[in-house]
Ligand binder design. Structure first.
Ligand SMILES: NC(=O)c1ccc[n+]([C@@H]2O[C@H](COP(=O)([O-])OP(=O)(O)OC[C@H]3O[C@@H](n4cnc5c(N)ncnc54)[C@H](OP(=O)(O)O)[C@@H]3O)[C@@H](O)[C@H]2O)c1
Length: 259
């Protein structure tokens, strides 16, 4: 049976990816730190879709975690066909005021774990000449993000890295897709301290199921980059033509609290 591994499957977009993949006939490996929601989702998927589900509790911001996860999956005899690097978080605030430890944790999760897992799983995909990686970036990737500087920079990395390895892998029959959501209704904004910002309080956040669907469809269509939602795609397109300090000022406005 084809198998998909989803990081950050306990809530939000990752949970919707897991449901979608199972509906599409994939067995799933669910990864996150919170056991209870993963077990609940596993039961739901087994019941509704009759797929095999494996739960792995991991803190992927720990440097050793990606290798441990890969080794455990291999030792269980599971052949992963699609890797969805979805786990990630952001933080709102001035760079020098936000916790140093939390910002480094963000870089380890959003950048290092995503890179490590891609490096670990890709050789098998290349050897089999099939399979794919779906990396979750963000529309934050397309401009600097004052008041969320490290998060925006991590997502710029995700887009650049994904586009580059898409180019390297495609001639080997393997696809890499980067999904860039804009504001989406999940637990993300609460963890980031972003719920009151214009970005989230403005009422234009998309729902997680729709966003996951757009990403999954993009992967199946072998697209390198998919931006969720027409408005987000238009805004990302327009940023290409604007001076970078102008786009930074615009991003800052959205990161400020709504009145
Ligand atoms: N929501 C948005 O507006 C938005 C917009 C653009 C991009 N994104 C991106 O979309 C992705 C999914 O976010 P979401 O919106 O679905 O947020 P979410 O609801 O907060 O989900 C984040 C997921 O990541 C997991 N996670 C967090 N830290 C982890 C760690 N150290 N190790 C392993 N798993 C960890 C969480 O599970 P545990 O807490 O159980 O570990 C959870 O399953 C992220 O990469 C985010 O940057 C979100």
């Amino acid at each position: 049976m084809p198998t998909v591994l989803v990081t950050g499957a306990s809530t939000g977009i990752g949970r919707e990816f897991a449901r979608l993949c199972a509906r599409d006939g994939y067995d799933v490996v669910l990864v996150a730190r919170s056991q209870a929601p993963l077990e609940d989702l596993a039961s739901e998927i087994r019941q509704k879709f009759g797929r095999a589900v494996h739960v792995r509790i991991k803190d992927l911001s720990s440097p050793a975690a990606p290798r441990e996860l890969f080794d455990e999956v291999k030792a269980s005899g599971i052949d992963v066909d699609v890797l969805i690097n979805n786990a990630g978080f952001g933080l709102v605030g001035r760079f020098w005021k936000l916790s140093e430890a939390e910002q480094m944790e963000m870089i380890r999760l959003n950048v290092a774990a995503l890179t490590d897992l891609s490096r670990l799983f890709l050789p098998d995909f290349i050897q089999r000449r099939r399979g794919g990686i779906l990396n979750v970036g963000s529309t934050a990737a397309f401009q600097p993000g004052p008041l969320m500087s490290v998060y925006y920079a991590t997502k710029a990395y995700v887009v650049s890295f994904s586009e580059a390895i898409h180019n390297e892998a495609r001639e080997h029959g393997v696809t890499v897709t980067c999904l860039c959501p804009g504001p989406t209704r999940t637990a993300f904004d609460k963890r980031a301290g972003a719920s009151a910002t214009k970005l989230f309080a403005g009422g234009r956040a998309m729902d997680a199921a729709t966003v996951a669907q757009i990403g999954w469809k993009g992967l199946k269509a072998r697209k390198p980059l998919v931006i969720a939602g027409r408005l987000n795609a238009t805004m990302a397109f327009l940023t290409r033509f604007a001076p970078i300090q102008f786009t930074a000022s615009m991003a800052r406005r959205f990161q400020e609290n709504a009145k």
